[in-house]
Design a protein around this ligand. Structure first.
Ligand code: AMP
Length: 337
């Protein structure tokens, strides 16, 4: 009898993040998830995947999912992801994600899935009509993370609860069946961990959930960015102060500026006498941040074959570790391998 293999790897930290091809990427995605992985790619082993299976958990158009998958991959490269260093691939091209998903469903309670805020936000009446996969998608996300022994998962604050589930499932599986998975932890950027909609600073900027006017898409031209920022909802106050509880609109603008210029939001608040001066600075900073990304994006779209090759090679490189993890989990849980 062979003993269940245990984890002895002491490699540098491994970071993983995923993006769902349900809409165009926006500033929240860039600041909350993309930049933290790109910035750390030479220090940590980096894995980024396009979560196309997650895109199927809500009403979707098949052709659009395919199109957005390529668009987001192109955007990640344009944002500086180095394909020679990081592994970039499409989730559905690595069947180990779904194989591990099933094994982990056998270590997750129905109640745990039902407690997830994103599912609970649907009223009981709506829950009857949502896809079953929307209930189980946090378990697929757990599989995505555990598959790669990821130690750190850079995500926006909206994903904290899902990360907690991944940790709980990993710990439970390990204690029931023997050390199998690395227990991951979420990493959030210091600021802009939850970029809010410009036209409604009480709701999160999202690909499909927020209004066009309140969302800065990464491919928005400079004049559109300026218009959206200048029209951002603030409040009736006059002085610029960083008080997220009472002035969420101004705080959101200061956080965006802070992430762009790398200075604390309260220090920045003191530099602007009026809201309109602050807004002009934010628009300029965001334009400056996005300009090189947009230029690189335009270059990359001239050669779609390149992006497809990167994705195919990324899946190939990610496969070894994924196969190894699934094998380890199958043995531990009692399957013949
Ligand atoms: P999604 O847009 O759901 O595919 O999320 C992709 C990544 O971007 C996840 O890590 C999210 O936590 C992050 N993210 C999405 N929206 C925001 C936001 N408004 N602010 C900060 N991070 C975000």
């Amino acid at each position: 009898m062979t003993a269940t293999p245990t984890l002895t790897r002491t490699l540098p930290k491994r970071r993983l993040t995923g993006l769902k091809p349900t809409g165009h990427l926006h500033l929240g995605n860039l600041l909350g998830a993309i930049r933290p992985v790109v910035d750390a790619q030479y220090q940590a082993e980096t894995i980024v995947f396009l979560a196309d299976l997650h895109a199927l958990t809500v009403a979707h158009e098949p052709a659009r999912v395919r199109e957005l998958t390529l668009e987001q991959a192109t955007m990640l490269l344009a944002a500086g992801l180095d394909p020679d260093r990081a592994m970039l691939y499409v989730q559905s091209q690595l069947p180990e994600h779904t194989e591990l998903h099933f094994l982990l469903e056998c270590a997750t309670g129905v109640g745990e899935a039902q407690r997830m805020i994103q599912f609970k936000e649907k009223s009981p009446a709506q829950q009857q009509h949502v896809r079953l996969s929307l209930l189980t998608y946090p378990v697929l996300m757990t599989a995505d993370i555990l598959l790669h022994d990821a130690e750190e998962v850079p995500v926006g604050e909206d994903q904290s609860q899902h990360l907690e589930l991944a940790r709980d499932v990993a710990v439970r599986f390990n204690s029931r069946y023997g050390e199998t998975f690395t227990v991951p932890r979420a990493v959030h950027p210091e600021v802009a961990t939850r970029v809010m909609e410009l036209s409604d600073p009480t709701s999160k900027m999202g690909k499909t959930t927020s209004s066009d006017a309140g969302t800065i898409f990464l491919l928005d031209p400079p004049e559109v960015i300026r218009r959206k920022v200048m029209r951002a909802v603030t409040d009736s106050g006059r002085s610029v102060e960083y008080t997220p509880q009472t002035r969420p609109g101004v705080a959101n603008l200061l956080e965006i500026l802070s992430a762009c210029v790398d200075a604390p939001p309260d220090t920045l608040a003191a530099e602007y006498a009026t809201y309109s001066k602050l807004k002009r600075a934010v628009a300029e900073a965001v334009e400056g941040l996005l300009r090189p990304i947009q230029l690189r994006h335009a270059e990359l779209t001239r050669d779609p074959g390149f992006v497809r090759r990167v994705l195919a090679e990324g899946a190939e490189r990610a496969r070894d570790n994924a196969t190894d993890t699934v094998h380890r989990a199958k043995r531990a849980i009692g399957l013949l391998t």
